[in-house]
Design a protein around this ligand. Structure first.
Ligand SMILES: [Cu+2]
Length: 334
């Protein structure tokens, strides 16, 4: 039974994830900066609606009442040119400048946190996944994970972002605005969640074939749960407990897997793909694309190219025993 190996806590997280499957939206803000962005968003929608209605009325009313006159109107006479200048250039310019000035306070309020963040995490963009690094009390030791960011609720968290390949954009609409991940440059911003929950995010800058499958989840939990999680991630892997697990561990080291993936505490030090030290504890695989279950994990290892075409992980031809053992081993890495 694979189910019995899952701790009830992670089952609950999976259920919460299922409940959150509805698309993330800026209209359901769960933090102070997201709330400001939502208010601004509604204002912009209202202004755009008014402009649209006014333009439509100005278009339709004369069309209905003065069909004849319009057909013969001379735009150069009767102030037509002035109308075009005022209605087509001046008024739009005034509205656009006003909207720009109106959104500046939101920009400055969302760009800097209200308090100096105690924690700062690092997020690097890869085609097509997110590398997430946590600093620990020991400055020489960092915890690296992928596609899942845990934060304590009600606290401003500093985030430093960069990219290892092309430009990406990190966007979790319910928590914050977008931030660009640019190769060779570090941008900083911050995250905050005022309600516990699982918030979905998405790469918001076209970055290649699987851009749409570059998702991320932010898990906002109580300070105690967060500390627990981080302690779990800091721990090195435990030695394989079952024969299946040790077969899997051998297959991982022997095969190409260890060239691209790191499992801290083993000889696998690859950095091309996500760190798999605690991959069994994650909610999803392949950047939010598939749930982290035994079946999906096997499907991914057997044919990553079939699941996410173009991905940097090759389809390696494995016999059924190695495949099952690999999946069992990776699932045991919690
Ligand atoms: Cu991307």
């Amino acid at each position: 039974m694979t189910g019995s190996r899952r701790r009830p806590g992670s089952m609950l997280l999976l259920l919460m994830l299922a409940a959150c499957v509805q698309a993330p939206s800026f209209m359901r803000p769960a933090s102070e900066p997201a709330h400001r962005i939502a208010v601004l968003g509604w204002w912009l929608i209202a202004i755009a609606t008014i402009v649209f209605v006014v333009v439509m009325v100005l278009l339709l009313v004369p069309l209905m009442h003065r069909r004849q006159e319009i057909a013969h109107a001379d735009v150069h006479g009767g102030g037509g040119e002035r109308m075009i200048l005022i209605g087509g250039a001046l008024i739009p310019a005034i509205i656009l400048i006003a909207v720009f000035l109106f959104s500046l306070p939101t920009l400055s309020a969302t760009i800097t946190p209200s308090s100096r963040p105690r924690y700062t995490i690092e997020v690097s963009g890869h085609q097509w996944w997110w590398e997430v690094t946590y600093h620990t009390a020991d400055p020489s030791f960092r915890v690296t994970t992928a596609n899942e960011i845990h934060i304590p609720v009600g606290e401003d968290i500093g985030v430093r972002v960069n990219s290892r390949d092309v430009a990406h954009s990190f966007w979790v609409p319910e928590l914050q605005g977008k931030i660009d991940l640019i190769p060779g440059q570090t941008n900083t911003f911050w995250l905050r969640a005022d309600k516990p929950g699982i918030y979905r995010g998405q790469c918001a800058e076209y970055c290649g074939m699987q851009h749409a499958h570059m998702g991320v989840v932010v898990v906002a939990q109580s300070a105690a749960q967060y500390a627990d999680w981080l302690r779990g991630q800091e721990a090195p892997v435990t030695a394989p407990r079952t024969t299946d697990d040790s077969l899997g561990a051998q297959a991982f080291q022997r095969g190409a897997c260890s060239l691209c993936h790191t499992i801290r505490g083993t000889d696998a030090h690859g950095v091309l793909g996500p760190d798999l030290t605690h991959v069994g504890s994650r909610l999803t695989l392949a950047a939010g694309m598939i749930p982290n279950t035994r079946g999906h994990l096997q499907g991914w290892i057997a044919n990553a190219q079939g699941v996410k075409p173009g991905v940097a992980m090759p389809t390696l031809y494995l016999d059924a025993t190695s495949l099952q053992a690999l999946a069992a081993y990776l699932e045991s890495l919690r």
